[in-house]
Design a protein around this ligand. Sequence first.
Ligand SMILES: Nc1ncnc2c1ncn2[C@@H]1O[C@H](COP(=O)(O)OP(=O)(O)O)[C@@H](O)[C@H]1O
Ligand SMILES: [Mg+2]
Length: 262
Amino acid sequence: MTPLTDQTTLNHPDASILQVTGLTVQYGKVAALDPTDLQVGKGQIVTVIGANGAGKSTLLNALMGALPPKGQSHGSILFQGQAVQGWDIEQRVGLGLTLVPERRELFASMSVHDNLLLGGFRLHRAGVRGWRDTLDDVYALFPRLHERAGQAAGTLSGGERQMLALGRALMARPSLLMLDEPSLGLAPRVVREIFQTISQLRSTGVSILLVEQNARAALHVADYGYVLETGAVVLQGDAASLANHPQVLESYLGLSGARQRT
Ligand SMILES: Nc1ncnc2c1ncn2[C@@H]1O[C@H](COP(=O)(O)OP(=O)(O)O)[C@@H](O)[C@H]1O
Ligand SMILES: [Mg+2]
């Protein structure tokens, strides 16, 4: 499959934070991810769009080392120049990889504040000085979380919960933040708000790998995109080209009707 644009023109390979080559996943005998190549450049937002069941969560979980026991993954994952395939989750987190999973996995009965502090626990344990200062950055990014600092996480709205999940991930000061469908179950207005924040994160220098069914929102914030269908990348290119590709317009942006009318 020929890329619409050569990603090396967007980011020199040396500047890539994540370089995935021939990554596969099988659940028992069932293949969920065909050999997949993917790159994220430093400071880039890269998106993987695809329908329900395409293999998006499978891909992120394989990168995080968080597949269920019957999930088997092979291939090469270079993160910050290190071959991390075979490393456990803790080691990958230690190198700066963080995943906000599809199930946000917040502690419902704990306060917003305590949920955020837990996100920084590893840095605290590692004796990183000033780890708590990140809290100010997170509250500045999400004033709504600051207002609700003492409130139990379980009482937050869907959008606020997503903000908390993002904020907690940022507390670990990741160099690559992987987001599994941050728009899932949220109203359009809230989706816009979350994606604005994702876009703002660019200025912090964190690289982002974003998987989404909401192709429109994802391609709007991303630099580069991949289209995943039944476990295989079928299309890739810079986000603007992808958003104008007939196949993407028709299958993911629901614009086939518009085309027929013209
Ligand atoms: N734990 C699992 N065991 C077996 N099959 C799974 C498991 N998780 C996902 N799958 C299968 O792998 C495929 C991709 O699923 P998934 O990665 O969750 O897709 P997406 O996140 O794009 O919706 C689907 O066919 C799904 O049924
Ligand atoms: Mg999923």
